[in-house]
Design a protein around this ligand. Structure first.
Ligand SMILES: C[S@@+](CC[C@H](N)C(=O)[O-])C[C@H]1O[C@@H](n2cnc3c(N)ncnc32)[C@H](O)[C@@H]1O
Length: 212
């Protein structure tokens, strides 16, 4: 794991409350709408990549999902989220790590979720490592729900440059192992009142293509 990368996020989470982070919203509504549409069984293993302090984990627990992992570079963010959950935190798998070099179980997850993480990967090698990790860890027939800034979204976030995607360019980052099954556009209103356009894709892990 890159110490520079993780310390950027640890410092940010230590210094800023939720309302001071542009990506905060009380619930990840668009992610939840897309996840609900998949009608996954309650025991389906799920991983929220770069979950940070988001409330997705509570919303998934509330829906009755029993096998939820939350991964993030920032131990500070995960500690805050654990504290917020109280005793429920014991029902979640917490992983501190960099998704571009994470060791994940093979073919395990039925759902991979990422809101506002992949777009920070400006380096082509990092994007390839992320895509390979996803292809390795998601089971055949499993899904990925990924939300990034849209082509008319911001060019920077939290002091870092970001890549921007439409549905086609985002899905192509994960081909051929994943095929697109749905996409949407979401307008996020930041806590300070600005609008940020997001592209979401729902991808399915093909069973006829093994990982590279
Ligand atoms: C903009 S925040 C989004 C947080 C959360 N997904 C949400 O929607 O509220 C990006 C998160 O990704 C994490 N992150 C950034 N790069 C990462 C990487 N390479 N591996 C794992 N997590 C990463 C950061 O620590 C941060 O929590």
């Amino acid at each position: 794991m890159s110490a520079v990368r993780s310390s950027h996020w640890d410092v940010l989470y230590s210094e800023k409350g939720e309302a001071q982070t542009s990506w905060f919203r009380p619930h990840l509504d668009e992610s939840l709408r897309l996840i609900d549409g998949l009608e996954l069984p309650r025991q389906a293993p799920m991983l929220d990549v770069g979950g940070g302090r988001s409330t997705l984990v509570e919303d998934l627990l509330q829906r009755g999902f029993t096998d939820i992992g939350v991964m993030d570079l920032s131990a500070v963010a995960l500690d805050e989220t654990k504290q917020r959950l109280g005793a429920c935190a014991d029902h979640v798998h917490w992983l501190v790590g960099d998704i571009t070099d994470a060791e994940l179980p093979s073919g395990y997850y039925a759902l991979w979720h990422d809101r506002a993480v992949f777009h920070f990967l400006a380096d082509i090698g990092d994007r390839a490592r992320y895509a390979a990790a996803m292809a390795h860890a998601v089971r055949p027939g499993g899904y990925a729900v990924i939300g990034t800034f849209a082509t008319d979204g911001p060019e920077h976030c939290s002091g870092l440059p970001v890549a921007r995607y439409d549905a086609s360019s985002l899905a192509s980052e994960f081909a051929p192992e994943f095929e697109p099954v749905a996409h949407s556009r979401d307008m996020h209103r930041t806590p300070s009142g600005n609008e940020q356009a997001f592209t979401y894709v729902v991808l399915r892990r093909r069973s006829d293509v093994s990982n590279a």
